[in-house]
Design a protein around this ligand. Structure first.
Ligand code: ADP
Ligand code: ASP
Ligand code: MG
Length: 400
């Protein structure tokens, strides 16, 4: 048997924790299992590296940011490998490049294009535990790249797909809950969740899994187990499955923080302005959603949409290029917003969820700015101040 195990930042935050992980790996290796381990940077290392980069430069070159961030994972793989060797095991650490992880796209937001597993296969066949740096790869120009925040999950799942095996994700919670248990301590633990629902919850903010990793798992049929790195409790399987045994309309709730709402008013209706705006945003790989365009009595239109507040500076510089050339048009951005979403494939067949939530919000003084829906989710954009109350109201009402 062969398995990819991934340990997140808090699970490898110090040497003691790494030693405990090494014990676990030793037991499994002794039973004959072939083991690939993917690790993240220790604790809050990635955040610290990022803030150092921002101190060095207001707008640091993304190539150099990748160069810097990739160091975090390299410390972890080297230390964990030393500890494994200290325990008498054969182990080797590999960077993304050495593990054959070829990527493409913009620096800091790369996607995995392909993996050449020959180096990993060679070490596995010789009995080594192979410790791979998560979150990093190399592009066709031989540059070091990273996969976006939380990208070690993606590394792990993509490796499991390539190596045709299961993937175990170990983190600081004992599995997937209906709601982030740090936000709603009464949340319901799930024994399993479908790819479809997990993917939607992750895209809508449940950071326990990086969204693209779930997408890859679904496409390649990789079964994921999510569990606690240091506690012996039952975790959650993410896999294809029968839905709605319990006839639930909603399976989970996610919160996406740090959202901004962008409004461009008095945009001339005629012409390609709207198309130009979205083309330019796409060129910068800025992801937007909840787009609405409202015609005004004066013949102009008001365009609004939401995006991550992290992209604020870039977004404003792109939009000012367009807006400043149009007399009368004005740009406003509102930050301190978030998006609360409910997710459930049961919504395909059950109606009335939106109505129930509208009523809950109305009766409890919660206002929202925008609503959008997909086949299996409904999202509400609102001010940050409503977060706790909105989450508790929905979670209580739907027993999440
Ligand atoms: P790691 O460093 O191991 O990758 P993350 O911090 O990225 O860990 O993800 C784990 C966190 O995800 C948990 O601490 C938890 O607060 C959060 N989380 C958000 N939504 C959920 C959910 N629905 N179920 C479980 N955990 C969740
Ligand atoms: N260290 C990276 C991050 O903090 C990747 C990861 O943890 O998955 O985003
Ligand atoms: Mg993570």
């Amino acid at each position: 048997m062969r398995t990819v195990l991934k340990f997140g930042g808090s699970s490898v935050a110090d040497l003691d924790r790494m030693k405990r992980i090494a014990e676990k790996l030793k037991r499994r290796r002794k039973e004959g299992e072939e083991i690939v381990v993917v690790v993240s940077a220790m604790g809050k290392t990635t955040n610290q590296l990022l803030s150092m980069a921002r101190e060095a430069s207001e707008n640091p070159s993304k190539r150099e940011v990748d160069m810097m961030l990739a160091t975090g994972e390299q410390v972890s793989i080297a230390l964990l490998t030393m500890i494994l060797q200290e325990k008498g095991l054969q182990a080797v650490s590999l960077t993304g490049y050495q593990a054959g992880i070829l990527t493409e796209g913009m620096h800091t937001k790369n996607k995995i294009r392909d993996i050449d597993p020959k180096n990993i296969e060679k070490y596995l066949s010789e009995g080594y535990i192979v410790v791979v740096a998560g979150f990093q790869g190399y592009n066709e120009n031989g540059e070091i790249t990273t996969l976006g925040r939380g990208g070690s999950d993606t590394t792990a799942v993509a490796l499991a797909a390539k190596l045709h095996c299961h993937c175990e994700i170990y983190t600081d919670v004992d599995g997937i809950y209906g709601v982030d248990p740090r936000l709603y301590p009464k949340a319901r633990h799930m024994d399993s969740i479908t790819y479809e629902e997990m993917k939607e919850m992750a895209f809508l903010g449940a950071k326990v899994m990086e969204p693209r990793s779930v997408d890859i798992a679904q496409n390649y049929g990789v079964v994921i187990y999510v569990g606690s790195a240091h506690e012996d409790r039952r975790g959650t399987y993410i896999q294809e499955g029968e839905r709605n045994v319990e006839e639930r309309s909603i399976t989970g709730l996610s919160v996406l923080e740090n959202i901004m709402m962008v409004t461009i008013s008095r945009l001339p209706e005629a012409g390609t302005h709207t198309a130009d705006i979205f083309r330019k945003l796409a060129e910068e790989e800025i992801i937007v959603d909840m787009i609405s365009q409202t015609p005004m009595p004066d013949g102009s239109v008001t365009l609004s949409f939401t995006a991550s507040a992290e992209d604020r500076k870039l977004m404003e510089s792109v939009l000012h290029d367009v807006v400043d050339q149009l007399s009368g048009a004005a740009l406003t951005t509102t930050t301190e917003m978030l998006k609360v979403s409910v997710v459930g494939s049961g919504m395909r067949t059950q109606s009335g969820v939106a109505a129930r939530i509208f009523t809950l919000f109305a009766e409890n003084g919660i206002t929202f700015k925008q609503v959008s829906t997909s086949e299996i989710s409904i999202s509400y954009t609102m001010e940050k101040a409503h977060k706790e109350k909105a989450v508790a109201l929905i979670a209580d009402a739907f027993s999440l």
